[in-house]
Design a protein around this ligand. Structure first.
Ligand SMILES: Nc1nc2c(ncn2[C@@H]2O[C@H](COP(=O)(O)OP(=O)(O)OP(=O)(O)O)[C@@H](O)[C@H]2O)c(=O)[nH]1
Ligand SMILES: [Mg+2]
Length: 447
């Protein structure tokens, strides 16, 4: 942490400008001799300064240099950002000079890691930075900003404070039972507090699990018997002739994948081999794959053929997917209707591109996308946070059980402490070197 780090913060390549970022206690003393312009030791903090980078009497580039003196900076250290012309040659040359002058090349995410280690942000906020940089959809952006803004941290901190208050009350009662003026923690009070916290955490968990599915992309399996138009539907959704379409039953043998963004969320679409009894070895393997994908699917688009009567394969698939999140689609609506299936369906013609928008609307409804685009939701978006949340809930459930069964109060206290620790792990209150290294290594260089 004592060395001064440097990295290129903009994407490498030709562009109007590139930014080289430097952070650490020697940032100013390293850059000052290389900068021909105002004396950086003397300029005010948070100013932009015009000048040149000069090395061994040679002008390397004309630059704008931002100087931000600690502690009000991204890393809480002295930070300098050099805006250079966006040429690979310029950037490489300035990097080389800075490395020769005493800077060390930053590791991926090291600036944010310093922000965390110096206490400016906590772990969930750090993850928010990464998520924001990686965000591709409007929804991902919203979720990341929520994380980054510290809402998640505040929520966890409040809950931890509540648990601490409860624990200290319990301890005072155990240690000084003779004190008259101290509030007595009754089992009823513990129960009420724990119920309350559990309710809050369970709600967040539900929201977080839905949110994670949406963030990672909804695994959507297009299913149906042969020739109903599954591949045609995939192509219509993707607006691209990705899968082969023919009138021969069993055209698709292996899965075909593609992804689209609907209302700010990503759908990972999988077109499968049509399900039927088949003696063809290759087709059979494909069919087995189609069926096994049902379990993994987060959404099933089950396609029926309007121009044919409901068959035993259709019935088999309708039954197999009855407990899944699914949309039943009646395709070939442009032909004469001979299919008497009378449950809720969306009628489309994949061939004529009719009804595709309705499918998209239904998906938005099924996944409550409107709710996630709402502003004031607080929830967790990655597997690490969700796993810890679950474990905190388990400990609170144990505490609740203990209270209900009138267990020794210090047994209940142990579970409360465990819940407090797990919640602390979410924000990085007690972190290990390994966890931190692993987490920040997933960041991009220069962040
Ligand atoms: N009339 C009409 N024909 C369609 C429609 N959708 C697909 N088809 C035709 O139905 C045939 C089968 O379409 P595919 O998309 O290959 O069907 P599939 O379900 O992927 O078939 P397999 O891969 O064999 O399981 C093709 O000849 C398509 O042109 C539709 O909406 N209306
Ligand atoms: Mg197909």
């Amino acid at each position: 942490m004592n060395d001064t780090i440097v990295a290129i913060s903009t994407a490498l390549g030709e562009g109007a400008i590139s930014i080289i970022r430097i952070s650490g206690c020697d940032a100013i003393s390293i850059v000052n001799p290389l900068f021909k312009g105002k004396n950086l030791e003397k300029v005010k903090s948070h100013t932009i300064n015009y000048g040149h980078i000069v090395y061994k009497n040679e002008i390397i580039d004309e630059v704008l240099l931002s100087i931000m003196k600690k502690p009000k900076t991204y890393t809480k250290e002295d930070v300098i950002e050099i805006n250079t012309h966006g040429s690979i040659a310029v950037v490489n040359k300035i990097m080389e000079i800075l490395l020769l002058s005493g800077c060390r090349l930053a590791e991926p995410g090291e600036f944010t890691k310093r922000a965390f280690l110096n206490g400016r942000i906590d772990l969930t906020e750090s993850e928010g930075v990464k998520d924001l940089i990686n965000s591709q959809t409007e929804l991902e952006r919203k979720m990341a900003v929520n994380e980054l803004s510290g809402k998640v941290s505040t929520l966890i901190t409040d809950l931890r404070d509540k648990i601490v208050a409860l624990i200290s009350n319990i301890e005072v009662n155990i240690d000084y039972p003779e004190y008259q003026d101290i509030e007595v923690v009754t089992i009823d009070k513990i129960k009420a507090e724990v119920y309350n916290m559990l309710g809050q955490l369970r709600k967040i968990l539900k929201l977080s699990e839905d949110g994670k599915v949406i963030k990672d992309g909804i695994k959507t399996v297009i299913l149906g018997k042969p020739n109903v138009g599954k591949s045609s539907l995939l192509n219509a959704l993707l607006e691209e002739e990705k899968a082969i379409v023919t009138d021969i039953k069993g055209t698709t043998r292996d899965i075909v994948e593609g992804s689209i963004i609907i209302g700010g969320i990503k759908l990972n679409l999988i077109d499968t081999a049509g399900v039927r009894a088949s003696s063809d070895v290759v087709e059979k393997i494909g069919i087995e794959k189609s069926i096994s994908l049902i379990d993994e699917a987060e959404l099933v688009l089950l396609v029926l053929d309007s121009s044919e009567e409901l068959s035993s394969e259709d019935k088999f698939l309708l039954d197999k997917t009855k407990n899944k999140k699914r949309i039943v689609i009646m395709n070939k609506n442009d032909l004469e209707n001979k299919n008497l299936y009378d449950e809720e369906v969306i009628r489309i013609s994949a061939k004529e591109n009719i009804g595709i928008e309705e499918i998209k609307e239904k998906i938005k409804e099924l996944f409550n996308i409107g709710v996630f685009l709402g502003k004031n939701l607080t929830f967790f978006t990655n597997a690490r946070q969700i796993a810890l949340l679950k474990s905190a809930i388990e400990s609170l459930e144990e505490a609740k059980k203990g209270a209900e069964e009138n267990k020794e109060i210090d047994m209940i206290e142990i579970d409360l402490k465990l819940a407090w620790e797990r919640l602390g792990d979410i924000i990085g209150a007690n972190y290990t070197e390994e966890l931190i290294d692993n987490l920040f290594s997933k960041f991009c260089l220069g962040k």
